[in-house]
Design a protein around this ligand. Structure first.
Ligand SMILES: C[S@@+](CC[C@H](N)C(=O)[O-])C[C@H]1O[C@@H](n2cnc3c(N)ncnc32)[C@H](O)[C@@H]1O
Length: 120
């Protein structure tokens, strides 16, 4: 089983958020390879680039999974970009969750889903 929490599209610039850590620890900055950074927005083109990146990760991960293994993916897929059959999975369940223990100060209620996929 894999359990993953990929970046949401166009919401956070992770490399910017953790810039101090890269500098303090002398880590290579892979900013140009970040999937779905906020700075790329949520345009039609950004959506295409985002799901291409996510699908590449899922296909790569799938190579290391046994048949029928589960992939649990935390998403807020308001644009319906995640399609299991595009990457060799089928959906077997979905958990909807109200994210009500947030430390960040965002306005409004926030929901996310946990997609439950099985390798085919
Ligand atoms: C929603 S966060 C989840 C982080 C982690 N699972 C956790 O719970 O702390 C999404 C993570 O995906 C990372 N990410 C974005 N693009 C990536 C890529 N191309 N390869 C690997 N990680 C990436 C981000 O830097 C961020 O840390």
């Amino acid at each position: 089983m894999i359990f993953t929490s990929p970046p949401y599209i166009g919401l956070i610039d992770y490399h910017d958020q953790h810039k101090y850590a890269y500098e303090l620890l002398g880590l290579k900055n892979n900013e140009t390879r970040e999937i779905g950074p906020a700075k790329n927005g949520q345009s039609g083109q950004a959506k295409q680039v985002y799901i291409k990146g996510i699908n590449e990760v899922m296909l790569h991960t799938r190579d290391y999974m046994t048949k029928d293994a589960l992939a649990l993916i935390v998403v807020n897929d308001k644009y319906n970009l995640y399609n299991p059959t595009d990457v060799g999975f089928r959906e077997v369940g979905r958990v909807e969750r109200h994210v009500n223990r947030r430390t960040g100060r965002r306005e409004g209620a926030f929901y996310e889903s946990i997609l439950i996929w099985k390798k085919i």
